[in-house]
Each structure stands twice: as C-alpha cells, then as structure tokens.
Write a protein that binds this ligand. Structure first.
Ligand code: ADP
Ligand code: 5GP
Length: 212
C-alpha cells in the first residue's frame, strides 16, 4: 500500500550526535533520502561538495534564497545554512521519507511549510554538557574558538526541545539508534501517512456486501 513520505527532522546542540545517527539511519534504510543542505561555511576535512553540503559563497546563497529555491534557511554560528526545496518536493511526491539535519530555526520553518503536516521531529540531547564538550573536542574537526562558539549557543538550541515530537538522550549510541529506528518505523504506520487505507477499507466493505 502506498504511503506519504515523512519529513524526518533531527535537531540538537552541535556535537550531541545528529550526523552519527543520520549516517546510521541511512545505512539501516538506504531508501531514506537525505536532504543535503547548502551552507556558506568552509568544508571540513573529508567533506565533499554535494555529499555533506553544497558549499557556496554568501552571494550564491542569497541568490538561491531570492529565487525562492530554499524550503528554509537560517544564520547558524555566523554562517548561512539552508535546505534546497526541489529535491525535497520530488522525494516526498515519490513517497520517500526525507531526513533533515537542521537547527531549531530550520525545524520551525519546515513544520510551518506546506509540507509540514508530514513532519516528524526529533530532538537529540547529550547526557551532560561536559560530555557534549568532550564530543566536540574528540570529533577533532573544529578549532578551539569554533568549539567555544558552539558551546555558547548550545543552551539556546536546547531551549527549543518542547517544539519537537520526540526527545532522545544520546548516551549509549546503540540504545539511541534503536529508539530512533523504532520511532521512524512506528510513525511510518500512522494512519495519516497511509492514504491508501481509505480505498483498502472501502474494498473490504464492498467484499462484505457482495457476500450478502
Ligand atoms: P552533531 O552532528 O550533532 O554535531 P556528531 O554526530 O558529529 O554530532 O557527533 C559528535 C562526536 O560525538 C563524534 O565524534 C561522534 O562520533 C561522537 N558521538 C556521537 N554519539 C555518541 C555517543 N552516543 N557516545 C559517544 N560518542 C558519540
Ligand atoms: P555543522 O556546521 O556542524 O555541519 O552544522 C551546524 C548547525 O547547522 C547544526 O545545528 C545543523 O543541524 C545546522 N544545519 C545544517 N544544515 C542546515 C540547514 O539546511 N538549515 C538549518 N536551518 N540548519 C542547518
């Protein structure tokens, strides 16, 4: 039976584990479509244009916004980040789920968009602030200054947890991933995501009537 695609939004303070959980979800279900964001920040080592992000200049980014090509966009840690609209619309129309790694501003804008009724939003929390900092340092990708800036913003990001459908505390990674997978599996079965149920039940009733 066909179903509507879900917009699966993952947000968290930087370093809590969104990218790691996103990667696991995509390995678990390769049909999940990942929304590759555009950003004006510099690529980290190992990041490729079009895979982790589309890396653009500020002028290029602003031109995409002006042309209406972004589903949402926001300033995060001094850079611009945004979700290109076209790939999301075509994936959802084809009945695929789309995964978003965006901050609270992106989460709000996606929920308030025309596609928002298909949104499933999950907020990831670290087990402690000390552990959050340890993870940012151990990721080994950002300078001390960038880490300090991200830590400074984490209280603000965390304050948006009540806007989400689910909150997961990412202590043990395997446990968190298992919970995330369970949430996605259950939400796919929601009646509102299965428009085909209407025709299916009508056919069942018809079958009853034919027997009588
Ligand atoms: P985010 O995408 O939210 O910024 P990452 O997924 O990059 O965070 O995770 C930050 C660092 O923490 C990475 O080095 C990652 O391997 C590590 N990490 C993620 N989840 C856990 C966990 N449950 N326990 C320990 N380390 C974790
Ligand atoms: P990073 O630079 O660590 O990859 O991401 C920094 C922050 O930007 C994270 O909170 C991430 O979720 C957020 N982010 C990434 N892409 C987007 C996007 O397209 N839109 C918004 N609003 N935030 C994004």
């Amino acid at each position: 039976m066909n179903r509507r695609g879900l917009l699966i939004i993952l947000s968290s303070p930087s370093g809590a584990g969104k990218s790691t959980l996103t990667k696991r979800l995509r390995e678990w279900d390769p049909t999940l479509s990942f929304s590759v964001s555009a950003t004006t920040r510099d690529p980290r080592s190992g990041e490729a244009h079009g895979r982790e992000y589309f890396f653009h200049t500020k002028e290029e980014f602003q031109a995409m916004v002006a042309a209406g090509n972004m589903l949402e966009h926001a300033h995060v840690f001094g850079n611009l980040y945004g979700t290109p609209r076209a790939p999301v619309e075509s994936a959802i129309t084809a009945g695929h789920d789309v995964l978003f790694d965006v901050d609270w501003q992106g989460g709000q804008q996606i929920r308030n968009s025309a596609l928002g009724k298909n949104a499933l939003s999950i907020f990831i929390l670290p087990p402690s602030i000390a552990e959050l900092e340890r993870r940012l340092i151990s990721r080994g990708q950002d300078s001390e200054e960038v880490i300090a800036k991200r830590m400074e913003k984490s209280a603000d990001e965390i304050s948006h947890w009540p806007e989400y459908d689910y909150v997961l505390i990412n202590d043990d990674l395997d446990v968190t991933f298992d919970r995330l997978r369970t949430i996605v599996s259950a939400e796919r079965l929601r009646l509102s995501q299965q428009p085909g149920v209407v025709d299916f039940t009508r056919a069942l009733i018809d079958e009853f009537e034919e027997r009588s």
